[in-house]
Design a protein around this ligand. Structure first.
Ligand code: NAD
Ligand code: UDP
Length: 310
């Protein structure tokens, strides 16, 4: 059955993949975006698709429409971008959540929040299950993002408990793939772009910190399953449990691109988490979901994408 679906942040990296998937399923899709980190280029291939529209709107302002489902993705996700205007980042998460929850309440729409593994901060528990409450600095340079997303989760659960809004909360772990921007600043795109340009790969700190990288198609599948789930509101982790150090990632990218690049070491940003790996047993139990794209396969597609735009 065709639904009217609103995607906030639809012109971003993940949002554009989600819009495409929802259109492929025959839904009417509206993207709203302020184009802070997103780009019209990400949506160009969808512009002529029947049932698609892309509007300019900042989620810190109320939005009115008749919709059946809302995916709330609007928020810069890369540390250099969310730290550019940290106060607006907090407003985007908190006012954006309030505005979209108000819309969901009025329309009786189901609403999904794109939360993040950053709610676990620099985790003292490894891997991270949803029951872990996290270790977040409330007053550091990453706090605008981490605490904004934590507050958004609180708002989602309180709208559910007090007003019966049908919410869904997913905690997304590091996700990569085509349509990340050249200047995104996150590690996968930085390393690939540096390797393809023959530049040295910038490793922050010792490079022994770990992350678990998920290919975007796996995430979108998990998002759609979570939205369709009955009587399950989350929070639920969506991530790939394969865990790599930044040194291992750099080595893999150099090998796969055939670059002659070396690695150079740069200072570790403040509050950079030491380790991160999702416990995904809940997603498997409730959604029958687990990622299917191994790192090398996802990197291959992402390298091909960056080659095509460089
Ligand atoms: P992105 O920066 O590519 O996309 C974010 C989109 O939101 C952009 O199009 C941007 O222009 C838009 N936006 C930002 N502020 C806005 C505002 N105030 N009003 C309207 N639009 C606004 O990032 P992404 O990687 O696609 O992330 C999408 C969502 O997923 C974000 O909420 C992010 O926090 C979450 N997430 C992503 C990752 C990841 O690894 N990619 C991990 C955890 C969570
Ligand atoms: N990082 C790095 N080189 C870069 C960009 C990032 O070594 O050019 C490191 C960063 O310090 C962090 C990890 O890679 O330890 C992942 O960073 P990213 O910004 O991709 O995601 P997040 O820190 O939000 O998990």
């Amino acid at each position: 059955m065709s639904k009217r679906i609103l995607v906030t942040g639809g012109a971003g990296f993940i949002g554009s993949h989600l819009c495409e998937r929802l259109l492929d399923e025959g839904h009417e899709v509206t993207s709203i975006d302020n184009y802070f980190t997103g780009s019209r280029k990400n949506l160009l291939h969808l512009m002529d698709r029947p049932g698609f529209q892309a509007l300019v709107h900042d989620v810190t302002e109320p939005f009115s429409a008749e919709v059946d489902e809302i995916y709330n993705l609007a928020c810069p996700a890369s540390p250099p971008h969310y730290q550019l205007d940290p106060i607006h980042t907090v407003k985007t998460s908190v006012l954006g959540a309030l505005n979209m929850l108000a819309l969901a309440k009025r329309c009786h729409a189901r609403i999904l929040q794109a939360s993040t593994s950053e709610v676990y901060g620099d985790p003292a528990v490894h891997p991270q299950p949803e029951s872990y409450w996290g270790n977040v600095n409330p007053a550091g340079p990453r706090s605008c993002y981490d605490e904004g997303k934590r507050c958004a989760e609180t708002l989602f659960m309180d709208y559910h408990r007090t007003m019966g809004v049908d919410v869904r909360v997913i905690r997304i772990f590091n996700t990569y793939g085509p349509r990340m921007t050249l200047n995104d600043g996150r590690v996968v795109s930085n390393f690939i772009v540096q390797a393809l340009k023959g530049e040295d790969l910038t490793i922050y700190g010792t490079g022994r910190q770990t992350r678990s990288f998920q290919y975007v198609d796996d995430l979108v599948e998990g998002m759609v399953r979570m939205m369709a789930a009955e009587n399950f509101h989350g929070p639920v982790n969506l991530g790939n449990p394969g865990e790599f150090t930044m040194l291992e990632l750099a080595e893999k990218v150099i090998e796969m691109t055939g670059a002659s690049s070396k690695t150079v070491f740069r200072p570790l940003p403040q509050d950079d988490p030491v380790q991160r790996k999702p416990d995904i047993r809940l997603a498997y139990e409730k959604l029958g979901w687990q990622p299917s794209v191994p790192l090398e396969q996802g990197l291959e597609k992402t390298i091909a994408y960056f080659r095509s735009i460089l």
